[in-house]
Write a protein that binds this ligand. Structure first.
Ligand code: NAD
Length: 490
């Protein structure tokens, strides 16, 4: 028999509980990198530390590698490895929370629908990426022209979209007089539960308005905030894990040691006590999303633009410069934290310290260039909304302003040494045209500020904002990124 995780002699501990006690109470759609290192790992730790029976039935709907992954999992008794890589050590964990694995190609779509419609299924969780919801980003409603949705409207019993599977399974549960299940989105999408709800109700309404009413009354769609950096598995990462483990695991995944999961506590059919293993159940997830968006993502963007311009390839490289490290911490605590309203007891200083440690982890090769991508979509929530609050109060926001200036300098497409920057952004052409047409800094700033989808009309016309950003741009131009960041501490 070929050696694999199920039968090889390895020193890493296998799950210690009796795996036969697991029941597939969760059906998870989207067994990708993140799910394996996040929800499945939390559930593993809960199974390990209690006598609960919450097991997961894993489903991938997409072909190619996602189908192969399901086959590989089955071939190794649904066990796989998570490598938590800290700055100094890597901890290997053999995860055992998967109880079944299904793919339409090998098991048929029917088997997946039947699994979702079984009485014991209490939760259908999702990590299917933003596009898996088939919603129109502008309206937030289901995109009825999406090819999968068009197919599912005509063939509701043999769906293609994740949303189609959910609606069909709920229709069966209703017919059979079973309780509904909770739909738990764990995608990195703002107010993800609301997005899932709009999609499911949108599709159900095309089929039968009474079904849509039943779903609206009996299904909940809690929002979640999820956090853990889980890069896609590369050949190099898998070989490294195999070296440490002693056997090659094609389903292995590496990630950072940190993990966070904040979940709106609104379940219709029971839930695991994930809070016993580090998750948080809360009434309202939105403040936590805001905290992540501004403190984590906001400082990430700041470090990405100014770090790239300063000649740093990764965020961890950037953090080796004390000026950047101090500026990131000050940005979080002095300019982002005051814009948040968090539930009592939230330790924002502790959160900021943790972020600094995560950003500094050299084993995560998170490129500044990668984080700098799509700034036109990210800047408004990460840097501009907090600035709006300062403008209303008349306070200073020089770090946020330097972050915006860093972005403006970055999208010029030329770095501080005169080398080209590959600017990846839906508006990249527009930025190029602005830098070509307008020779002076002032004109360029005005032209960039006139992009309403980024700055809105309010910021373009706000003299305080224009002055702050212009001063920051001039400083960046005359000093360069490293010195401009260092200057923030004076
Ligand atoms: P991945 O590419 O490894 O996995 C994506 C999963 O989504 C696969 O299982 C795939 O089959 C499924 N999928 C893709 N398109 C689909 C569709 N149209 N319909 C149904 N299923 C579809 O990516 P990942 O890193 O696991 O990311 C998954 C989600 O987790 C994303 O929303 C991402 O934002 C979120 N997330 C990822 C990280 C991270 O560091 N990787 C961190 C936080 C949140």
């Amino acid at each position: 028999m070929e050696q694999n995780l199920a039968n090889a002699q390895i020193s890493t501990t296998r799950p210690r509980w009796d795996r036969s006690r697991m029941v597939s109470r969760i059906v998870h759609l989207g067994c990708g990198a993140f799910h394996r290192a996040h929800q499945a790992l939390y559930t593993h730790h809960l199974l390990e530390s209690s006598d609960c029976d919450w097991g997961i039935c894993e489903v991938n709907l997409m072909p190619g590698n996602d189908a192969t992954l399901i086959q590989n999992l089955k071939a190794q008794d649904l066990l796989y490895t998570v490598a938590e890589r800290g700055a100094q050590n890597t901890e290997l964990k053999i995860i055992g929370s998967m109880n079944e694995a299904l793919h339409p190609e090998f098991d048929g779509g029917d088997a997946i629908i039947r699994a979702m419609a079984r009485p014991e299924t209490a939760i259908v969780s999702l990590t299917i990426t933003e596009k898996g919801y088939c919603t129109d980003p502008a309206s937030g409603e289901l995109d009825l022209n999406h090819p999968f949705i068009q197919h599912d409207i005509v063939n509701p019993q043999s769906p293609k979209s994740a949303i189609g599977y959910i609606v069909e399974a709920l229709a069966l549960r209703r017919e059979q007089g079973l309780k509904a299940f909770t739909v738990l989105s764990c995608d990195n999408v703002r107010e993800n539960g609301h997005v899932a709800k709009a999609a499911v109700l949108g599709l159900a309404a095309t089929r039968d308005p009474q079904l849509a009413d039943w779903i609206a009354a009996h299904v909940t769609f809690p929002c979640t905030m999820v956090d853990r950096i889980v890069p896609a598995a590369t050949d190099e990462a898998l070989a490294q894990i195999a070296g440490q483990l002693g056997v090659y695991d094609p389903c292995a995944i590496a990630c950072e040691p940190f993990r966070q999961w904040v979940i709106e506590d609104d379940f219709v059919n029971g839930r695991p006590d994930w809070d016993r293993v580090g998750a948080q159940f809360v009434e309202d997830v939105v403040p936590f999303e805001m905290m992540k968006l501004r403190m984590l993502n906001g400082s990430h963007s700041f470090l990405a633009y100014l770090g790239y311009l300063g000649g740093y390839e990764t965020i961890a490289d950037t953090m080796t410069n004390p000026a950047y490290r101090n500026a990131a911490l000050a940005l979080m605590l002095e300019e982002q934290a005051p814009t948040l309203s968090m539930p009592e007891g939230t330790d924002l200083a502790g959160y900021a310290e943790l972020l600094i440690a995560r950003f500094s982890n050299p084993s995560l090769k998170h490129r500044t260039w990668q984080i700098a991508m799509d700034g036109s979509q990210k800047l408004p929530q990460r840097l501009l909304d907090p600035i709006r609050l300062y403008l209303a109060q008349g306070d200073n926001y020089r770090r946020l302003a330097l972050g915006v200036a860093g972005w403006m300098r970055y999208v010029s497409g030329i770095d501080e040494k005169g080398n080209p920057i590959e600017v990846v952004d839906p508006l990249a052409e527009q930025f190029r045209a602005i830098y070509q047409h307008y020779p002076s800094t002032g004109e360029r700033i005005r032209a960039l500020l006139a992009i309403d989808t980024i700055f809105g009309r309010d910021l373009r016309e706000n003299t305080d904002f224009i002055e702050h950003v212009t001063a920051a741009c001039q400083q960046l131009q005359s000093l360069g990124a490293r010195a401009a960041v260092a200057d923030l501490s004076h």
